[in-house]
Design a protein around this ligand. Structure first.
Ligand SMILES: Nc1nc2c([nH]c(=O)n2[C@H]2C[C@H](O)[C@@H](COP(=O)(O)OP(=O)(O)OP(=O)(O)O)O2)c(=O)[nH]1
Length: 151
């Protein structure tokens, strides 16, 4: 039987110069609860993958997406292998409208940068995906100094 396709978003602050990405903490099933993931879900039979991505993000986070480039997996096969029988395709995305907030699927959301993304307990199959994300996130800019010293 063909792999079940899962689609997920790397939701970032800025598609052209991303510094932060949104991680979501799962509430179910029990075996995955408490682990962090990219928001998304399973593509339904006959459904277009990007349409599924938009549907999942509306259902889970109540946001409409601007969908950018796919985060390609290394190798010749499309998608990132998860556990047996599941493969995940991932797109860089930004919020087109709405404000992300956790619904039933998640109990926490976190905007993480390259320095903090690995502090989270990601689902194990996501670790290579997280590495690929880190490689593309620009370091967060230091805060502007509140006062200028000297002239
Ligand atoms: N959404 C998502 N799922 C992931 C990631 N990493 C990972 O291993 N998975 C696994 C967990 C699940 O077994 C599967 C996705 O299923 P899901 O439960 O999110 O899908 P769904 O919302 O369509 O839910 P359902 O219809 O199965 O209840 O892929 C990830 O980063 N995001």
């Amino acid at each position: 039987m063909a792999d079940q396709l899962v689609v997920a978003a790397v939701l970032v602050d800025d598609l052209s110069a991303p510094t932060r990405a949104l991680a979501a903490r799962r509430t179910r099933p029990e075996s995955l609860a408490g682990r962090w993931e990219l928001p998304g879900g399973k593509v339904e039979p006959g459904e277009d993958p990007v349409a599924a991505l938009r549907r999942e993000l509306r259902e889970e986070l109540e946001v409409d997406l601007e969908v950018g480039a796919e985060l390609e997996a290394p190798g010749s096969l499309p998608g990132w292998p998860l556990t047996a029988g599941l493969v995940m395709r991932v797109w860089w995305c930004a919020v087109a409208s709405g404000e992300a907030h956790a619904g039933e699927a998640h109990d926490a959301l976190a905007w993480v940068d390259a320095a903090s993304i690995n502090d989270l307990a990601w689902l194990t199959p996501d670790l290579p995906v997280v590495d690929a994300i880190v490689a593309r996130l620009a370091p967060a800019q230091p805060e502007e100094p509140s006062a200028t010293l000297g002239r």
